[in-house]
Write a protein that binds this ligand. Structure first.
Ligand SMILES: *Cc1c(COP(=O)(O)O)cnc(C)c1O
Length: 473
């Protein structure tokens, strides 16, 4: 197998700040973008400094950036996630909005599918990398670029690709980073469709896959020793059992053997967890969930070094999974309140998990924020909050649990998670109806299990609703 150039670069575990300097591809397109966007460079500096947590790397107190001479962007000394969610890619880093040429505070939705050139000379300047253009909508778009820059800032990434769905981001990433003859190691707990793609489809393309338990580091070490692993892929936290992977430990083990680490961080959101700062090489999300946050748009994103994103972008161009600019705008808008929303999800979920843990009609609660949870220590070491999803088992059978679900008045019975509205589902019904007890047991699913995605409704209302429904079992 021809090793990936990046894998070779990662053979020895490099310190974080050096790995960030992984050489970008010498793509003239990329040079063009950075060369003409001082504000983006400044944002990058700010983000890198925030990731390093090192005052020596902070930009000066007020940093004036000339914006074609028209505006100057004042950047605060240290931007927090709350501020980056609102301003990154926009007031901080005006690259794309400059191209649109507007002083509107809201980023415009650029609906054009193609971008024109004023003359042949202008086109030649573009071809030679002296002028930036978005060229064609399947490759990039100004509204989408704003969203990508915002996510990069939140994930402390060099680059981000936004896609038409979370699955599109997963598929493009795997196809781009794992060549035929490659080997993917993943966990038995990862998102079911990603698991099926890795196990069933990649194998038909001559790519090996190995499934291990998420906390089985011995098996991971063994498979890394025995074969040339290209990429380790895992969700953390997992769905619906909220297990957490020790990302630092896994990155260290994998990098020793030259394997890349890709984390699906959807259940954490970029507010609660930043896998790249923990040593992962690639982080991806179903942006449909916390990032968009309103159960009204499907999207995905993947963030990494410029070098790896360039590879994924090339595949994505072929797959044609471009996000619609209207959908991109909805996520930009959703992200503005993400820090506030996630804080509310975190608080409600933790308070409810604690209350349920002591309730006589509850058998067991799965939530990494609980001190009693087997994943708590790992979660606490790498997350700043534990998210809005809580799974629990009620002391009843399949039908009794259905009665509990049906007695709830506030949440919708629905799949998905991460939006303003609380959702509830019984995995044995929603995902495993008609499947054998063996299949359920293999996935750790009990008939009495309920998965809640707590929304941002008032805690007391949700609490009272759950308590009254528990009386109906
Ligand atoms: C929803 C989800 C996906 C798939 O994302 P889509 O946007 O539905 O394509 C992948 N991973 C996790 C953890 C998810 O929750």
């Amino acid at each position: 197998m021809a090793p990936l150039s990046t894998t070779t670069l990662l053979k020895t575990p490099l310190p974080r700040h050096q790995r960030r300097l992984l050489q970008p591809l010498s793509s003239p397109k990329h040079k063009r973008v950075t060369a003409l966007c001082p504000a983006t460079e400044l944002l990058q500096e700010l983000v890198v400094a925030a990731a390093a947590g090192d005052d020596a790397h902070q930009p000066p107190e007020k940093h004036k950036v000339q914006d074609d001479g028209a505006h100057a962007t004042a950047v605060p000394r240290r931007a927090s996630d709350e501020t980056l969610a609102v301003h990154a890619g926009e007031k901080l880093g005006k690259c794309a909005t400059d191209v649109v040429g507007t002083d509107s505070i809201a980023t415009p939705i650029v609906s054009g599918t193609t971008h024109w050139f004023k003359s042949s000379e202008d086109l030649v300047a573009f071809k030679e990398g002296r002028r930036h253009s978005f060229e064609y909508g399947r490759y990039s778009n100004p509204t989408v670029k704003v969203l990508e820059d915002k996510i990069s800032a939140l994930e402390r990434a060099e680059a981000t690709l936004v896609t038409s769905s979370g699955m599109n981001a997963i598929v493009a990433t795997l196809l781009a980073l794992v060549p035929p003859g490659g080997h993917v190691v993943t966990t038995t707990d990862c998102y079911s469709e990603a698991r099926a793609f890795i196990g069933d489809r990649l194998s038909k393309m001559g790519i090996r896959s190995t499934f291990i338990d998420l906390d089985d580091m011995e098996s991971l070490e063994a498979v890394l020793d025995q074969s040339n692993v290209t990429l380790f892929y895992a969700d953390s936290p997992t769905n619906p059992l909220l297990k957490c992977l020790d990302i630092r430990r896994v990155a260290e083990l994998c990098h020793r053997k030259g394997a890349l680490v890709c984390i699906d961080s959807t259940l954490a959101s970029p507010i609660n967890q930043k896998p790249l700062t923990l040593g992962a090489d690639v982080v991806l999300h179903s942006a449909t969930k916390y990032m968009a946050g309103h159960h009204d748009v499907i999207a995905g994103c993947v963030s990494s070094s410029e070098a790896l994103i360039s590879k994924i972008r090339a595949w994505h161009h072929d797959l044609g999974g471009a996000i619609n600019p209207n959908a991109a705008y909805m996520i930009i808008r959703g992200l503005k309140t993400m820090a506030l929303r996630v804080e509310a999800h975190n608080r409600t979920a933790l308070d409810m998990a604690r209350l349920l843990e002591g309730h006589p009609k509850i058998e067991r609660v799965h939530y990494p924020g609980l001190e009693s949870n087997p994943w708590h220590k790992v979660a606490k070491s790498q997350m700043t909050g534990y998210g809005g999803v809580v799974s629990f088992e009620v002391k009843s059978d399949l039908r009794g649990t259905m009665r509990f679900v049906d007695a709830l008045e506030i949440p919708f019975i629905a799949t998905s998670l991460g939006g303003c509205e609380s959702l509830v589902q019984q995995p044995a019904v929603m995902s495993f109806w008609g499947k054998s007890d063996e299949e359920k047991a293999k996935s750790g699913i009990k008939d009495s299990m309920v998965r809640f995605s707590f929304g941002i409704e008032k805690f007391e209302d949700l609490r009272d609703d759950i308590l009254q429904a528990l009386e109906k079992i």
